[in-house]
Design a protein around this ligand. Structure first.
Ligand code: GLA
Length: 409
C-alpha cells in the first residue's frame, strides 16, 4: 500500500515539506501566524468508544463532562469530550444530517459541555457509512462541517471505514496508487471543509496508518493521525502499538501529532503496572491522551495514573518532540524524550513476560550519551532520584521507571 508521497503531492497540489530529526515537520499550511495553533500540544480528553462502543447516549456524554470536572481530570488538562460512532441519524431531503434518538439535541449537548469549560468532539468518515454502519459524510463534507460548526463542535475524528470498499476499490479495483490518491483527496476535502466552517475544529484522521499519513496529513490540515489499527485493552496490543511507532517521531510537532490510538487505562484486564506503563509510554510518544474508561466508576488507583501531573507534563511538553527508543537490552527498553529548557525524560521499561525484580535490569547512561551521577525525579514515586552510570533498576514484568532530569551535562 505504499506509493511515493511526491507523486501524491504533485497530483493533489499539496505543499511538501521535509521533516528531519533536527527540523520538526512544518505546521499545517492553514495556520496563520496570528491564529493560535490548534492542538499546539497533543489533545487531551475522553472519548466514548473504548468503554461504551455503540451504546453511548447523550446522558453518558453529560456524565463524562461532569466526571472530568469532579475527578480533577479537567484541572489536569483533559478538555475534549469526544462522541465516537453511533450518534448519527438520517439526512433530510436537503441532505442535512440529524443526530439519532440517543442524542436528541446536539446543540444543547454542546452548550452543556461548553458550560463546564470543556470542548465537544464528534465522529464521521469520508465513506457513505461509518464503521458501525451509520451515515457518514461522502458527498456531504461541506454541509456536515458547517453543521458541526453550527452545533459548536470542536474536534472531528474522521474514520476511513466504508470509503475503502465504496470508493477506493469500487473506483480503482486494480490500482492501489489510485486508491490511495482517492483516500488522500477525501481527507483533503474534509480538511478544507473544516477550515471553511468558520470554527476552529481539531482534525483527527483515522485511517489506521495506511500509506504513511504522517507524510501527507499535516499539509491537508490534519492535527493528528492514527498510526496503527485499533488498540485493545491488553498489554499485547499496547506493546505492539509502542513497537510500531519506530521511525515516526520526526513527523510529530506542535499542531500535528502521531496518534497511537486512545487510552485503554482502566479498561480490560490490564494490571496497575501495565496501566502505568501504557500511560507513561503514551506520554513519551507525545500521544493524544484521550481516556476511554468508565469515569463514574473509576478506581482511585486509575484516577491517580490518569491525573499524574508530572507525567502529563511530559506528554504536553511545549517543545513537542516525540520520544524515541534509545536502546533495547534483552527484556528491557530505554526510551528518551527531549523536553523544553534542555530537560530530558528517561523511561526504562521491562517488556519481559515473567522477569521479576530479583535480578535487576540496568540503565546504562553511557548508551544515552550521559554520565552519572545525575539528579532527577522519579515521576511515579514522586521522589528525588540519583541516576548512576550502570544503574540496577528493579522492575517487575511490564513495569516502568520514568525519570525527569533537568538539562543534563
Ligand atoms: C474504528 C476506529 C475506532 C472506532 C470505531 C467506531 O474501528 O478505529 O477507533 O472509532 O471505528 O466504529
Amino acid at each position: 500500500m505504499r506509493i511515493p508521497a511526491q507523486f501524491l503531492f504533485a497530483v493533489l497540489g499539496l505543499t511538501t515539506f521535509a521533516a528531519t530529526a533536527e527540523t520538526p515537520a512544518a505546521p499545517a499550511k492553514h495556520h496563520h501566524a496570528q491564529t493560535p495553533i490548534l492542538a499546539a500540544t497533543p489533545p487531551m480528553g475522553w472519548n466514548s468508544w473504548n468503554f461504551f462502543k455503540g451504546k453511548v447516549t447523550d446522558q453518558d456524554i453529560r456524565n463524562a463532562a461532569d466526571q472530568l470536572v469532579a475527578t480533577g481530570m479537567k484541572d489536569a488538562g483533559y478538555v475534549y469530550i469526544n462522541i465516537d460512532d453511533t450518534w448519527e441519524g438520517e439526512r433530510d431531503a436537503n441532505g442535512v444530517l440529524s443526530s439519532n434518538s440517543k442524542f436528541p439535541d446536539m446543540k444543547a449537548l454542546a452548550d452543556y459541555v461548553h458550560s463546564k469549560g470543556l470542548k465537544l468532539g464528534i465522529y464521521s468518515g469520508p465513506g457513505p457509512l461509518t464503521c458501525a454502519r451509520f451515515p457518514a459524510s461522502l458527498d456531504h463534507e461541506v454541509q456536515d462541517a458547517k453543521l458541526y460548526a453550527s452545533w459548536g463542535i470542536d474536534y472531528l475524528k474522521y474514520d476511513l471505514c466504508s470509503f475503502r470498499q465504496a470508493v477506493m476499490t469500487a473506483k480503482a479495483p486494480d490500482d492501489e496508487a489510485e486508491q490511495m490518491r482517492l483516500m488522500i483527496a477525501a481527507y483533503d476535502k474534509m480538511g478544507k471543509a473544516l477550515k471553511d466552517s468558520g470554527r476552529p475544529i481539531v482534525y483527527s484522521l483515522c485511517q489506521y496508518g495506511w500509506d504513511a499519513p504522517w507524510v501527507w496529513a499535516p499539509a491537508l490540515g490534519g492535527n493528528l493521525w492514527r498510526t496503527t489499527g485499533d488498540v485493545q485493552p491488553n498489554w499485547h496490543s499496547i506493546y505492539d502499538i509502542i513497537s510500531e511507532q519506530a521511525g515516526l517521531a520526526k513527523y510529530a510537532g506542535p499542531g500535528h501529532w502521531n496518534d497511537p490510538d486512545m487510552l485503554e487505562v482502566g479498561n480490560g484486564k490490564m494490571t496497575l503496572v501495565e496501566n502505568r506503563a501504557h500511560f507513561t509510554m503514551w506520554a513519551m510518544l507525545a500521544a493524544p491522551l484521550l481516556a476511554g474508561n468508565d469515569l463514574p466508576n473509576m478506581t482511585p488507583e486509575i484516577k491517580a495514573i490518569l491525573t499524574n501531573k508530572d507525567v502529563i507534563a511530559i506528554d504536553q511538553d511545549k517543545l513537542g518532540r516525540e520520544g524515541t527508543k534509545a536502546y533495547a537490552d534483552g527484556e528491557s527498553e530505554v526510551w528518551t524524550r527531549r523536553l523544553a529548557g534542555g530537560a530530558l525524560a528517561i523511561a526504562v521499561l521491562n517488556v519481559g513476560y515473567d522477569r521479576t525484580s530479583n535480578h535487576p535490569i540496568y540503565l546504562d547512561l553511557a548508551r544515552l550519551g550521559l554520565h552519572g551521577p545525575l539528579k532527577g525525579k522519579d515521576l511515579w514515586s514522586g521522589k528525588d532520584v540519583t541516576l548512576t552510570d550502570h544503574m540496577p533498576v528493579e522492575l517487575v514484568s511490564h513495569d516502568v521507571m520514568l525519570v525527569r532530569i533537568a538539562a543534563p551535562k
